[in-house]
Design a protein around this ligand. Structure first.
Ligand SMILES: [Fe+2]
Ligand SMILES: [Fe+2]
Length: 168
């Protein structure tokens, strides 16, 4: 059975990404609470950045254009793209930091808040409208899945940015 068949439709696949990244953010919070090492925190933060980058890209390449065409609510889709732009800025900021920098944890927290606001907007508006539209949400699953795998394979292993441990 193809892995793509596990997902009911495109919304189901995309929301599974949301749940996974939410879990990773909570894991990060756990590392903060337990005094986790900065190396472990950075590894997780960079994984979050990479997952979010792949997720927003498959939305922008495949899901958004087709939903936009089907729901005829350009303002909503423009707002979603604007939220993506804000998330990308926060991701770039985090990727440019060293985990020992002041404000690293706060930057992760800020990204979490930005992403969860956007996820709520997707769930309550974009996904809802998409499901009541003529967009072929089931038909998009194999394409979204394949593109996701392709981007994950192409993405370099998260490389720590900023100062490296041991090099002063
Ligand atoms: Fe999104
Ligand atoms: Fe999303």
């Amino acid at each position: 059975m193809s892995a793509t068949l596990y997902y009911e439709d495109a919304v189901d696949l995309l929301d599974a990404d949301h749940k996974l990244v939410q879990k990773l953010f909570l894991d990060y919070q756990g590392l903060c609470d337990d005094g986790g090492s900065s190396k472990a925190k950075q590894k997780l933060a960079l994984k979050i950045c990479q997952d979010l980058t792949v997720h927003t890209q498959i939305e922008e390449e495949i899901f958004y254009p087709r939903v936009r065409a089907a729901i005829e609510d350009d303002a909503l889709m423009d707002e979603a793209l604007q939220e993506h732009a804000e998330a990308k800025e926060a991701i770039a900021r985090l990727q440019g930091m060293a985990p020992t920098d002041d404000g690293y944890d706060d930057t992760v927290k800020q990204l979490f808040a930005t992403v969860m606001d956007h996820v709520m907007d997707e769930r309550e508006q974009v996904f809802l409208k998409a499901r009541y539209s003529t967009a072929d949400l089931r038909g998009m699953v194999p394409e979204l899945h394949a593109r996701k795998k392709e981007l994950q394979a192409a993405a370099p292993a998260p490389a720590p940015a900023g100062r490296k441990k041991g090099s002063s």
